[in-house]
Design a protein around this ligand. Structure first.
Ligand code: ATP
Ligand code: LTN
Length: 337
C-alpha cells in the first residue's frame, strides 16, 4: 500500500485555570486530572489564566505567589512540560489582542445572560467591572487562538464554551473559516464538585476556606474540613443530589477518586454512618494529595527550573497564537505590517 502523503496533526487541547487561590479538589477532579489523562493523545496547551484573575481585585504579591504555585502544581500532578505547553496567559500578548477583536463580534445581551457574571457580580458588588462582564470573550480568544479541538473543563464552564462556539461560528460565517469550533470535555463524575459548607453551590477556591479542600491541605486539615462538612439530619447514606446534596457530594468525591461505581460504594456503606463516610472520604483525599504535595515542594524549591518552564511555554504558545491572530486581523481588513 502507498504511504499516505499527509501526516494528520494530533488534535489540540487548550484549557486554563485561574491563579485566584490554591486549586481545590473541584479543580483537580473537574479539570486538572483530565489534563494529565489526555496529554498522550492530544497536543496540549495548558494555561494559567492570570488575565482572567484580575476581574476580581487581587493583592499583587499574592497573585505573583499563587501564579508560581499554580505552575508548580501543574508539574506536580504530572504534566510534562516537554510534552505539554505550560504558560502564563499574560506572557502571550496575543490573548489580550484577540479579546479586543472578539469583543466587537459579541453582543451585550449574550454576556448579560452568563451565570458566572451574575454570581460574581453578586459576590463583588463593589467592583462590577467591564472585564468581569467580558470575561467569556477573553476565554473564547484563549481557545480560538490555538485552534483547539477540545477543551477539558468542569461543568460550570459549559455556558462559556457555548458562547465561544457562537462567537467562532459568527466570525467564520463573516470571514470564511478562520477558527476551529471547539468541543467541551467534561468528566462523567465530579464535573461539579460542591462546596462542603453549602453543597448546593460549587466548590470554589475563592470562597471561605472551610468550604473547600485545597490541594495543599495537610492531612489534619483535610480531616477537620471533612468532619465539618454539611450533611443532613437523616442517617441513611444514599446518592440523591436533590434531597441529600451534602452526602451525595461526599459519595461523588469518593467515587471520582477511587474509580469505584456509585452502586458499589453506596452498597458498601449501607450499614455505616455519616462519620464512617467522612473518614473514608478523608482517607482517599489524603492518599491522592500526598504524592502531589511532595512533588509540589520539590518544584517550588527550584525557581530557576520553573522560570525556564514558563519562558519556553510562552515562546511555544505565542508562535501558534500569532499565526491565528494575524490571520484573523487580515480577514477583518487591517493593513499587514
Ligand atoms: P474562582 O473561585 O476564582 O472562580 P474556580 O475555583 O471556580 O475559581 P477556575 O480557575 O475558574 O476555578 O477553574 C479551573 C477549572 O476547574 C475549570 O475547568 C472549572 O470548570 C473547574 N472547576 C472549578 N470548580 C469546580 C468544581 N467545583 N467542580 C468541578 N470542576 C470545577
Ligand atoms: N474561565 C475558566 C478558566 C479559563 C479557561 C480558559 C478554561 C480561562 N481561559 C480557556 C478553558 C479554556 C474557568 O475555569 N473559570
Amino acid at each position: 500500500m502507498e504511504p499516505t502523503a499527509t501526516v494528520q496533526r494530533k488534535k489540540r487541547i487548550l484549557s486554563g485555570i485561574q491563579p485566584s487561590g490554591t486549586p481545590t479538589l473541584g479543580n483537580y477532579i473537574g479539570a486538572m486530572r483530565n489534563w494529565k489523562m489526555l496529554a498522550d493523545e492530544y497536543d496540549c496547551f495548558y494555561m494559567i489564566a492570570d488575565l482572567h484573575t484580575i476581574t476580581v481585585r487581587q493583592e499583587p504579591a499574592k497573585l505573583r505567589a499563587q501564579s508560581t504555585q499554580m505552575l508548580a502544581l501543574l508539574l506536580a500532578i504530572g504534566l510534562d512540560p516537554e510534552q505539554n505547553v505550560l504558560f502564563f496567559q499574560s506572557h502571550v500578548h496575543q490573548h489580550a489582542e484577540m479579546a479586543w477583536l472578539l469583543n466587537c463580534f459579541t453582543y451585550m445581551g449574550e454576556m448579560s445572560r452568563m451565570t458566572q457574571f451574575k454570581d460574581k457580580s453578586a459576590k463583588h458588588a463593589d467592583n462590577i467591572n467591564c472585564g468581569l462582564f467580558t470575561y467569556p470573550v477573553l476565554m473564547a480568544g484563549d481557545i480560538l487562538l490555538y485552534q483547539a479541538d477540545l477543551v477539558p473543563v468542569g461543568a460550570d464552564q459549559t455556558q462559556h464554551l457555548e458562547i465561544c462556539r457562537d462567537i467562532a461560528n459568527r466570525f467564520n460565517g463573516l470571514y470564511s473559516n478562520v477558527f476551529t469550533i471547539p468541543e467541551g470535555y467534561y468528566p462523567k463524575l465530579g464535573a461539579r464538585v460542591m462546596s462542603l459548607q453549602e453543597p448546593t453551590r460549587k466548590m470554589s477556591k475563592s470562597d471561605p476556606d472551610d468550604s473547600f479542600i485545597g490541594l495543599l491541605d495537610t492531612p489534619d486539615v483535610v480531616r477537620r474540613k471533612m468532619r465539618r462538612a454539611v450533611t443532613d439530619s437523616e442517617t441513611e447514606i444514599r446518592y440523591d443530589p436533590e434531597n441529600k446534596p451534602g452526602v451525595s457530594n461526599l459519595l461523588s468525591i469518593y467515587c471520582a477518586l477511587t474509580g469505584e461505581s456509585m452502586d458499589n460504594v453506596v452498597a458498601s456503606f449501607s450499614s455505616k454512618g455519616y462519620g464512617d463516610l467522612k473518614n473514608a472520604v478523608a482517607d482517599v483525599i489524603i492518599d491522592t494529595l500526598s504524592p502531589i504535595q511532595t512533588e509540589f515542594h520539590r518544584y517550588m524549591a527550584d525557581k530557576s527550573y520553573l522560570e525556564s518552564v514558563w519562558r519556553t511555554g510562552a515562546e511555544r504558545a505565542s508562535r501558534i497564537a500569532e499565526r491565528t491572530l494575524s490571520k484573523a486581523m487580515k480577514k477583518i481588513g487591517f493593513v499587514a505590517k
